[in-house]
Design a protein around this ligand. Sequence first.
Ligand SMILES: NC(=O)CCC(=O)C(=O)O
Length: 258
Amino acid sequence: MRVSLLQMAVNTAESPESRREAAGSLVRDQNGADLVVLPELWPVGAFAFESFEAEAEPLDGPTGQAMSAAARDAGVWLHGGSIVERTAKGDLCNTSLLFAPDGELAAVYRKIHRFGFDRGEATLMVAGEEIVTAPAAGTVLGLATCYDLRFPEVFRRLLDAGAETIVLPAGWPAARGGHWRTLAIARAIENQAYVLACGTAGTHAGVEQNGRSLIVAPDGEVLAEAGPGQEVLTAELDLKRVAAYREKFPVHKDRRLF
Ligand SMILES: NC(=O)CCC(=O)C(=O)O
């Protein structure tokens, strides 16, 4: 399976409409990829809290429609990163959208752990409550978002639900780049799963983004790693490697639930 992680720069001086066009064009460029991944909240900026309300949209809003069309045009599975979703109840959620190659919406994941403690996402958004996996591109994807990376129990639930490849869009700050790398590799090793961690580049709302997206194999080998700027990170994944490694080194058989 060929994967492309689109580590976009988020510059809040640029309009969301212009970023949607740029993202659509990057997706359409990924000819021959099986799965394409965008980062967290790229239409708005993960730290541009003051824009969340104004830029909130339903699942079939401007970003959903643009990503559906881009997936269809490119003929790829597209994890469209996340949007500020305005739900039917009027709440805001940090919501990831997965599109099939025919443009159909195949899965929706609402971020379970909201970042910000007593401000930002944590106060403006409602937490998701559902673990989400989806068969796609010959693997089973497990969906998680950014700050979720710090909560291993989410990934263990994804493993138990059958995930083989974990997709993690993020808007991770450069200030904690060391945590990003260590935790992404740890989640791959402990769950013996591929981890596709796609961050943003650039600086927005005064927060320098880490970039440095990662593609990690089930044994923790880093297959590809981006730099700090805008970049497309690609790798060829051998999907048999997950089952083969789980069989060769069957640590999950020794799990004790107490
Ligand atoms: N957007 C986020 O979830 C940021 C998470 C973060 O900064 C951290 O975990 O550190």
